[in-house]
Design a protein around this ligand. Sequence first.
Ligand code: COA
Length: 172
Amino acid sequence: MSEKRNAIYIRWMIRRDMPEIMDIEDDSFEFPWRLGDEKEGRPPKGSFLAILSERNAIGMVAEIDGRIAGYMVYVLGESRIELLNFAVRRDVRRRGIGRAMIDKLRATLSRRCGKWLVVFTDENNLPAQLFFRAVGMRATGIEIGSWPKEGRNAIRFVCRSREPAAVKEALS
Ligand SMILES: CC(C)(COP(=O)(O)OP(=O)(O)OC[C@H]1O[C@@H](n2cnc3c(N)ncnc32)[C@H](O)[C@@H]1OP(=O)(O)O)[C@@H](O)C(=O)NCCC(=O)NCCS
């Protein structure tokens, strides 16, 4: 197989991507986000379309061989980027796609000095926790009882561009 054929291409998310994204979302999460399209009336709070219509929200997709292999939705805040949603298609996991997307976000952090990348993950989601650790993020706290749904706890992971010392300092 040629290198080009398997290259990971990361680009902005567009409306046409949504059917493939929704398939991955439904397959990946116990509490998947809804699309929030016109069939549902006004986009419900917390749906893809409602969040992506917010000024600082950004959606990106990773493509392999012309198909959506993964996606991420994040918001640019004053002092941090918060990753709100992040998944890779089940049949192409463990091929470095998740890592490539986090690297892309870290490049955004580098351009915006002093920014932290933050993500919350369900305390029961061990694969995600192992992933965030493997890509250099640190668990720094727990959000009790509200995420991703009432009664569940979430672990907060953070990292800052490519400066492990700064992460250490922030943890102390
Ligand atoms: C978490 C997720 C995005 C990882 O994506 P991915 O493309 O498979 O990750 P990568 O291939 O880049 O993995 C990088 C490293 O993370 C670690 N890792 C990833 N998945 C792992 C798993 N299931 N178990 C243990 N370690 C894992 C490994 O160290 C891996 O490197 P290796 O494959 O060389 O051993 C993917 O499993 C997923 O979509 N899960 C469901 C949705 C989800 O939980 N999203 C996060 C919500 S906050």
